[in-house]
Write a protein that binds this ligand. Structure first.
Ligand code: ADP
Length: 450
């Protein structure tokens, strides 16, 4: 097993990895920008190295700075968390070239899945069902219009390099195609340096269902069921749960096996998530994330596993500690993402936390890097806490979420907490009867959820 690992990330996920490492008897190294000198992950890790100024480009995304931090501290492996360099194939290559281990899949798997067109092609060939649409890239408007006719409007134009909800445009008719096509291309170019786009049928009432997979890198793989992440704002998840309210055991076993077999056949290593839209009982692949997801704790809760520990084990060459038959869903878990944002516009709201109290008690997990007196810097993502509740069934989990939200105190800044108080009052949330468009509509109708 490794003696020391470095965590190339910040915030709650860096802390999450420090905690897993400590339980495994592994030393942890935090890296941080000058804006994060007082951050919790820096305080909690065994060692810390300052790797640059506040700008992510010069710190958390600086490959030379991170590799140097490994060399200085003698860390043998790097956990990338999510975001930042976690899906950067070039980074993985550099890590390997320096004789270090990357805690995640190979550079090649990251490259294939990072390009949505090749990802879709690969999944299709592995027997995974995909959203109907163009065969690969769409080079010009003429082809786009032809695909629109064939697939039927509305369609969605997506940048192959897109992510985080960026580089996606809807066209309701041939008339809207020109504008949507051009905007998707330019957003792809501006945000990801790649203007290649493809086209998919736009689904009207799907749920977002994603399957957690885990591979040993040697042809073995399991699935850990699904997460329903249908409550989204601007294509970004805000509320996630496992198991999915619309998925039964038979459906889970079937789609789970398809996904596990697909990743096993490519010798995939570590954690991965295969994302689908699910409509009228059918699954349609949209993308694969080759890393740990923000919402991984709901899966950990219902399967009783530690996914970060498992990632570290597999990267160190150990076998997975569970087999498919060991993995049974028990109970229900929900996660809500608490952001430092001001409602109703969700504008970023960094600043000093004057009082902080984390909720606790039975079945409550708060993954956060906050503390009393902490100043949230303005340079990074606005996620400040993930509140995860676990209970024997969905109604009990909702009641527990309500109770835990009531206990939580984050003073000094605005957060998205009032949104969740309001959502819990809604019948659709109580019954689980929603799709990916529900929250956007609800927000339009309830401009001031507080
Ligand atoms: P990103 O990589 O930016 O997260 P995804 O391809 O995963 O992009 O899509 C993000 C979200 O966008 C999905 O969860 C869903 O809400 C919406 N979406 C994506 N594709 C479609 C589609 N074909 N029809 C309707 N909504 C879609």
């Amino acid at each position: 097993m490794f003696n020391k690992i470095l965590i190339a990330n910040r915030g709650e996920i860096a802390l999450r990895v420090v905690r897993a490492a400590r339980e495994m008897g592994i030393q942890s190294v935090a890296v941080h920008s000058t804006a994060d000198s007082d951050a919790m992950h820096v305080r909690m890790a065994d060692e810390a190295v300052c790797i640059g100024p506040p700008s992510s480009m010069q710190s958390y995304l600086s490959i030379p700075a991170i590799i140097s931090a490994c060399e200085i501290t003698g860390a043998e492996a790097i956990h990338p968390g999510y975001g930042f360099l976690s899906e950067n194939a070039n980074f993985v290559q550099v890590v390997q070239d320096h004789g270090l281990k990357f805690i995640g899949p190979t550079a090649e798997h990251i490259r294939v899945m990072g390009d949505k067109i090749t990802a879709k092609e690969t999944m299709k060939n592995l027997g995974v069902p995909c959203v109907p649409g163009s065969d690969g890239g769409v080079p010009d408007l003429e082809t786009a219009l032809k695909v629109g006719e064939e697939v039927g409007y509305p369609v969605i134009i997506k940048a192959t390099a897109g992510g985080g909800g960026k580089g996606m445009k809807l066209a309701n008719s041939a008339k809207e195609m020109e504008n949507a096509f051009r905007t998707a291309r330019s957003e792809g170019k501006a945000n990801f340096g790649n203007d290649e786009v493809y086209i998919e049928k736009y689904l009207g009432t799907p749920r977002h269902i994603e399957i957690q997979v885990f591979g040993d890198g040697k042809g073995g793989a399991v699935h850990l069921g699904e997460r329903d992440c249908s409550l989204q704002r601007r294509h970004q998840k805000v509320f996630e749960e496992a198991p999915g309210p619309a998925i039964d055991a038979e459906t889970r076993a079937k789609i789970g096996k398809t996904c596990a077999d697909a990743v096993a056949s490519i010798n995939y290593a570590g954690a991965g998530t295969i994302e689908f839209l699910y409509e009228n009982g059918e699954f349609f692949f949209i993308e694969m994330n080759t890393r740990l997801q923000v919402e991984h704790p709901v899966t950990e809760a219902v399967f009783g596993v530690d996914l970060v520990r498992e990632q570290i084990r597999v990267a160190a060459g150990y076998d997975m500690s569970f087999k498919q038959d060991d993995l049974q869903v028990l109970g229900h878990a929900i996660e809500v993402r608490i952001n430092a944002e001001k409602l109703p516009n969700f504008s970023p709201c960094p600043g000093k936390i004057t009082q902080y109290h984390a909720p606790g008690g039975l079945g409550v997990r708060m993954d956060s890097a906050l503390y009393d007196g902490y100043s949230i810097p303005p340079y990074y993502d606005s996620l400040i806490a993930k509140l995860i509740v676990y209970a024997p069934d969905r109604p009990a989990a909702l009641a527990r979420l309500n109770r835990a939200l009531g206990e939580m105190i984050v003073d000094g800044i605005d957060t998205t907490t009032p949104l969740f108080h309001a959502l819990l009052q809604e019948e659709a949330v109580q019954t689980g009867d929603y799709n990916i468009h529900w929250l956007e509509k609800w927000l339009e109708e309830n401009t001031n959820p507080a």
